[in-house]
Design a protein around this ligand. Structure first.
Ligand code: SF4
Length: 162
């Protein structure tokens, strides 16, 4: 089950997108130096498709993308709710920030979100905007392939907060 604590409109987490970013709790990753420890606990409200859609529709005309930030406690639910949202709102792109080092085994069992970022926070490597980062941002293409677009964060100086 997914639970969310809060949401925000962000401009730098996904290239060229204005994104409704929903912060999920129950993070199991325990990255040393985590700047979002408030997301570790069993906090917030259950995130259903209708709740996510209501949030997205409240920003209709302002956002181009809806993203779930976290959700590694239940990746199947992340992929399911994002695919359902995209079916319900075809003009909106979707994204996922995972703190795992690799994609979950179930990733290919669901329609891929438009963007997926993987990799835990490692202070010595830096965020997505650092060329030494351990994190990767992929653009998922219609043919099922994934394009590594991490370099775009270096060129434009975009920053990630996870
Ligand atoms: S994935 Fe993000 S929220 Fe979770 S422990 Fe790592 S830095 Fe913190």
């Amino acid at each position: 089950m997914l639970k969310y604590v809060n949401h925000d409109i962000v401009f730098q987490e996904f290239p060229d997108e204005v994104t409704l970013a929903v912060n999920l709790s129950q993070c199991p990753n325990a990255c040393p130096g985590c700047h979002s420890m408030y997301l570790w606990g069993d906090e917030g409200e259950r995130l259903s498709l209708s709740r996510l859609r209501a949030m997205a529709e409240a920003y209709a005309g302002e956002i181009t993308c809806v993203a779930l930030m976290g959700g590694d406690n239940d990746p199947e639910s992340v992929l399911l709710i994002l695919s359902e949202l995209r079916r319900a709102m075809p003009g909106i792109r979707t994204g996922w920030y995972s703190g795992h080092a690799s994609l979950p085994r179930c990733f290919d069992d669901y329609p891929a979100p438009d963007y997926v970022k993987i990799g835990p926070w490692r202070e010595e490597c830096g965020p997505l905007s650092s060329p030494s980062t351990n994190q990767r941002m992929y653009r998922c293409l219609p043919d099922g392939s994934r394009l590594d677009i991490t370099e775009r964060f270096w060129k434009k100086g975009l920053k990630s907060t996870l």
